[in-house]
Design a protein around this ligand. Structure first.
Ligand SMILES: *Cc1c(COP(=O)(O)O)cnc(C)c1O
Length: 420
């Protein structure tokens, strides 16, 4: 890792028994809460009305990309490839709409119930009213973010009426800061890394009892919000006649930053789909924070800076040097493995995806393809592959400005030409 070499790590504890500290009941509790809030989301965010206020993304078959990418990367991919298009999730255009928004809603529900203004059986659309905005304006919500988590939390918390502060690292994109400021969020910028932003944000919030700090380095609620994806995916698989069993294993490839979104999703998948679903994470060679934490067993006790890495990557959503407290602990027995990739790879995939499928993703969001390429040789030796299903989890991109897509395309296209 210190040499910035691409690696594949297979988890020696995969499949062992463990007390996870989170249960399937927690997942259904989170799912029910999102259902209660659906009428609110539908009125407060009209773009979610067509799905009844439920934020979900399609599962899309990728035939052209499957043919192109396997030929270029030079490997066989038995089975079918799908893309989970979380880049189309409303509000943040990223996977963060799952965890971040869930935690904001949970806080809002608790505050409203404590003030006897809400009961569980109410139609939550009533929260979209001035008396609730007035109530929430007495409370703050704060978060540290590389960008997308801040977007999802900031937009929804500000809409509800909370005093909202997003602490952002210097590598967060300017357009994300601008978007947040335009909806009334207080954006605080830090010269240092994400770790500096989140540490300072947490310390400031701790001084004020009226402020809720949403902690990307260890929040169970964020984790469960991501996990609900599995309940929805199970139905999408059934609707598309995709079997998951011993002869039809399902492989899911997810990018990891702090590790919260891929770990929460994997936790959910294991609870709902069981032992025949297998997850592999992808991290930049310059920022293998979850891999470093899990392989050493030190989890959040070690950072990529400790082994001399610079933590810099084009995949800005993954530029997190220290893993979450929860990720490595819950993933200890649930995660099959982790691969690392060079930035050139994700830039090439980004262009290839536009060429073959006309889908625009941000570099962080496409890293699953690197995990897929790096793991097939191992998988072919250990699993029954002919009828496998592969899901690359695309984690963001819808709100990215056209100029940025064009820049990424240009860089990626040049790399594609070299590699073909
Ligand atoms: C945040 C993010 C990730 C990684 O999620 P973590 O919870 O930080 O591991 C991946 N892709 C995109 C686009 C993101 O915004």
């Amino acid at each position: 890792m210190a040499a910035e070499k691409e690696t594949l790590w297979i988890n020696p504890d995969y499949g062992k028994a463990a007390d996870l500290g989170l249960t399937r009941a927690d997942l259904f509790d989170a799912s029910a809460r999102l259902d209660r809030f659906a009428p609110y989301m539908a009125v407060a965010f009209p773009e979610t009305a067509k799905t009844g206020g439920i934020l979900e993304s399609p599962l899309r078959r990728l035939e052209a990309m499957q043919a192109d990418v396997t030929k270029r990367d030079g490997y066989a991919l038995p089975g079918d490839l799908y893309l989970k298009v979380d880049n189309e999730l409303p509000i943040s255009g990223s996977i963060k709409s799952r965890g971040g928004i869930y935690e904001v809603l949970k806080i809002a529900e608790q505050v409203a119930i404590d003030h006897k203004m809400l009961v569980y059986g109410d139609n939550y659309a009533k929260l979209n009213a001035p008396e609730f905005r007035d109530l929430f304006s007495h409370y703050g919500i704060a978060v540290g973010s590389t960008g997308n988590l801040g977007l999802s939390i900031g937009i929804v918390a500000a809409k509800l009426g909370f005093n909202t502060t997003v602490h952002m690292s210097s590598d967060a994109k300017q357009w994300k800061k601008d978007t947040l400021r335009s909806v009334g969020v207080n954006v605080v910028e830090y010269d240092g890394s994400f770790t500096t932003a989140i540490t300072t944000g947490r310390a400031l919030a701790a001084k004020d009892p009226s402020v809720f700090f949403i902690d990307d380095e260890g929040s169970k609620d964020l984790f469960l919000g991501y996990g609900v994806a599995a309940i929805r995916l199970q139905k999408q698989l059934r609707d598309q006649n995709i079997q998951v069993d011993e002869d039809h294993p399902l492989f899911v490839y997810l990018p990891a930053g702090v590790g919260g979104s891929p770990s929460g999703t994997t936790f959910g998948l294991k609870q709902i789909l069981g032992k025949n679903v297998h997850a592999i994470f992808a991290e930049p060679t310059h920022v293998p924070s979850v891999l470093l934490g899990m392989a050493t067993g030190m989890n959040n006790g070690i950072s990529v800076y400790d082994i001399g890495l610079d933590g810099l990557t084009e995949a800005d959503g993954l530029a997190v040097g220290r893993p979450s407290r929860l990720a490595g602990r819950v993933m200890k027995t649930l995660l099959l493995g982790i691969t690392t990739f060079d930035d050139e790879q994700v830039m090439a995939y980004t262009a290839e995806m536009m060429d073959t499928e006309d889908i625009k993703l941000e570099p962080s969001a496409i890293a699953g393809f690197a995990a897929m390429a790096a793991s097939q040789q191992y998988l072919s030796k250990h699993f029954n592959m002919p009828n496998a299903t592969h899901i690359v989890w695309a984690t963001g991109g819808m709100l990215v400005p056209e100029s940025e897509h064009a820049r990424n395309y240009k860089i990626g296209e040049a790399l594609l030409k070299q590699s073909k």
